[in-house]
Design a protein around this ligand. Structure first.
Ligand code: PMP
Length: 382
């Protein structure tokens, strides 16, 4: 077919991002559309959901959806600027953080450029490296805690530089997906000093920022003015419970932000999403309860997994990577019980399932009890 010749090979061969299974799909394919309760613990949303007062305001806003949204996002960026204490010239907003990652690559990465990340990490970074023809080089995070260390990264980058391979962009997700591990603030500062000196751009992806309970965690937004090489990403998909509306935010120096805004699709952040962020920031205090609950539930899950003798990676996010040998089978067995988790092989890590931590004890018990049954059935049949 001649049309094949016209299509970009990298686009054609690109492996698409594997998303967590939607509830409707499991209902349809496993339960024949019966009205059963499906528990989705696959994509790290905040199961507390959106505050009722905000929902009421959004319903009213539906009356305006025949207009295009404000492409400059004036009120949205103004409220982000006030909330995060940083001028609006340092802010760009995307249709989810994933859109901003694509834009950052678009304005920064040329074919053959070298991108460096810990491994495993969030799949989009590998996918976009492939799309833009970059060389994606990694170093392996290792057990027991999969911590991200400045000294490890600097050592690996120095080795590359000695071989004449110059790193252009380094990406750190902290907490990292799917491990839940972080880089400490002191290590981050050491890495930023090194990369600034060596002219390496750093994306610091803080998608799970609000869930971290560590005394030496970072606040990337506060570092943006000091490090011109730093791009910080946040999202409204996790703690803010707005995954379905798609909003991500990038904070960086005004040069990078201007380039991102130039390539940003017109009206990329829809009207309801813009309104929802403004309301959510005004109501931030109401989220604190669900953050506390998730952290409390994390320790409860640790305790139950320890009792069951099941290994896991200690986490600072609202998800946990749990070690199970035949992880695809465990994933499928849990689906049959109406519980959707993620096989971590979707995220380049075998032998683990990744499970969202719900703020509700009942949800977590449902999962833990099902896991126990699945594991018992496996050990008695094997
Ligand atoms: N960064 C990380 C580390 C993530 O885990 C995710 C979501 N899975 C994202 C970014 C993307 O977030 P968004 O929904 O805003 O695109």
């Amino acid at each position: 077919m001649w049309i094949k010749e016209y299509i970009d090979k990298r686009a054609y061969n690109l492996q698409r991002y594997k998303a967590g299974k939607p509830i409707e799909e499991i209902k349809r394919e496993i339960f024949g559309d019966k009205d059963v309760k499906i528990l989705k613990l696959a994509s790290n949303e905040n199961l507390a959901g959106v505050n009722r007062k905000i929902l009421k305001k959004l319903k009213k806003d539906l009356e305006n959806v025949h207009y295009y949204p404000d492409d400059s996002m004036y009120y949205l960026i103004d409220s982000l600027s006030k909330f995060y204490g940083i001028d609006s010239q340092h802010i760009s907003v995307g249709n989810g953080a994933v859109e901003l990652i694509r834009y950052i690559y678009q304005v920064l990465i040329k074919e053959g450029d070298v991108i460096f990340t810990p491994h495993p990490t969030f799949a989009i970074y590998y996918i976009d490296s492939n799309l833009f023809g970059a060389k994606h080089l990694t170093y392996d995070l290792s057990s027991p805690n999969y911590d991200i260390k400045a000294s490890d990264m600097i050592e690996k980058i120095e080795l590359l530089h000695q071989k004449g391979i110059k790193v252009k962009l380094a990406v750190i997700c902290s907490p990292n997906n799917p491990t839940g591990s972080i880089i400490t603030n002191s290590d981050l500062l050491e890495f930023l000093d090194y990369t600034l000196k060596n002219r390496i751009v750093v994306i610091l992806d803080e998608a799970y920022f609000e869930f971290v309970d560590h005394y030496d965690y970072h606040d990337g937004v506060k570092l943006v003015k000091e490090y011109e090489n730093l791009i910080v990403l946040r999202t409204f998909s996790k703690v803010f419970s707005l995954a379905g509306l798609r909003i991500g935010v990038a904070f960086s120096n005004p040069y990078i932000i201007k380039a991102i805004n130039n390539v940003r699709l017109p009206f990329n952040v829809n009207y309801l999403a813009q309104r929802a962020v403004i309301y959510s920031l005004q109501n931030y205090k109401s989220l604190l309860k669900s953050i506390k609950r998730v952290v409390k539930e994390k320790y409860y899950i640790y305790q139950r997994l320890n009792e069951m003798g099941i290994e896991f990676i200690p986490t600072f996010a609202n998800f946990i990577a749990i070690k199970v040998e035949d992880h695809i089978k465990v994933y499928n067995d849990l689906l049959l019980k109406g519980i959707i988790v993620r096989p971590a092989s979707d995220m380049n890590m075998g032998s683990y399932i990744r499970v969202t931590i719900s703020p509700y004890r009942d949800d977590n018990n449902l999962f833990l009890d099902a896991l126990k049954e699945v594991m018992c059935a496996r050990s008695s049949s094997g």
